[in-house]
Write a protein that binds this ligand. Structure first.
Ligand code: FES
Length: 236
């Protein structure tokens, strides 16, 4: 354990970026005698790791969010998840503390370990009126984060789509971005598909991602230079 904190420390990967960089996260955790969990898209989840440590008798647990990219959710999400877990946990519960800032690189872990705030159980829940309805977006963009696309840079593809959408003033109500596992035409990695248009793209580097975003997602015209042929079975 590090010098300042004697409770179990859990480094929490906040986004798909840390799921991809899980080996690095485990190395950093090993250095700090911490364990690893993920806010989303990776195992174990924050709730599972809290339950495991509580079942082992931990009286205090410290959560540190780690974001190695630029698009992770805020640290407040960690408090929200931990607050929900505390409310659901039957019997004895440990004190859970959350670092108020995310560590944006491994060297910042010790620094943010000095910025702890206890979770009270009164944090906002996991439901909201704003999350009731299926969104009215016109396009859903499926960015492949499978093993081959990941190895060939789909993290930068996804980031380019997100930043270009933001630059063009588009929100989740216009275009919904979904990270997926393997979509199958791996030879064309990184792969992106756009629904409901049923348009598939291959070799989508950041420049192509920005072009697809501006011309197809916003302008409505598919980008033919990186479009993959699509044959579709109909009926039997
Ligand atoms: S890993 Fe992306 S299509 Fe297979």
């Amino acid at each position: 354990m590090n010098d300042d904190v004697t409770a179990p420390v859990v480094l929490v990967g906040m986004s798909v970026r840390e799921v991809q960089a899980r080996n690095l996260l485990h190395e950093v955790a090993h250095e700090h005698r911490a364990t690893v969990a993920f806010l989303q898209m990776g195992d174990p989840s924050v709730s599972s790791e809290l339950t495991r440590l509580a079942d082992l008798g931990a009286e205090r647990v410290v959560l540190v969010g780690v974001s190695l990219g630029s698009l992770a959710p805020a640290a407040s999400w960690l408090r929200r998840i931990a607050g929900h877990w505390l409310r659901q946990r039957p019997g004895r519960r440990p004190v859970v503390e959350v670092a108020t800032r995310l560590a944006n690189e491994p060297a910042q872990v010790l620094e943010v370990l000095r910025l702890l705030r206890p979770v009270t159980g009164t944090e906002a829940g996991l439901e909201s009126a704003a999350w009731e309805d299926v969104p009215g977006h016109r396009h859903q963009v499926l960015v492949c984060r499978g093993p081959r696309c990941t190895a060939l840079g789909s993290d930068r593809t996804a980031e380019a789509v997100i930043l270009e959408l933001m630059r063009l003033g588009q929100t989740d109500d216009d275009v919904l971005i979904t990270h997926t596992g393997c979509q199958f035409p791996c030879n064309h990695a990184p792969v992106v598909s756009v629904q409901p248009d049923d348009v598939w793209y291959g070799d989508v580097d950041p420049d192509a991602a920005r072009q697809i975003t501006a011309e197809h997602l916003v302008g409505g015209r598919p980008v033919e230079s990186v479009r993959l042929p699509r044959s579709r079975r109909t009926g039997r």
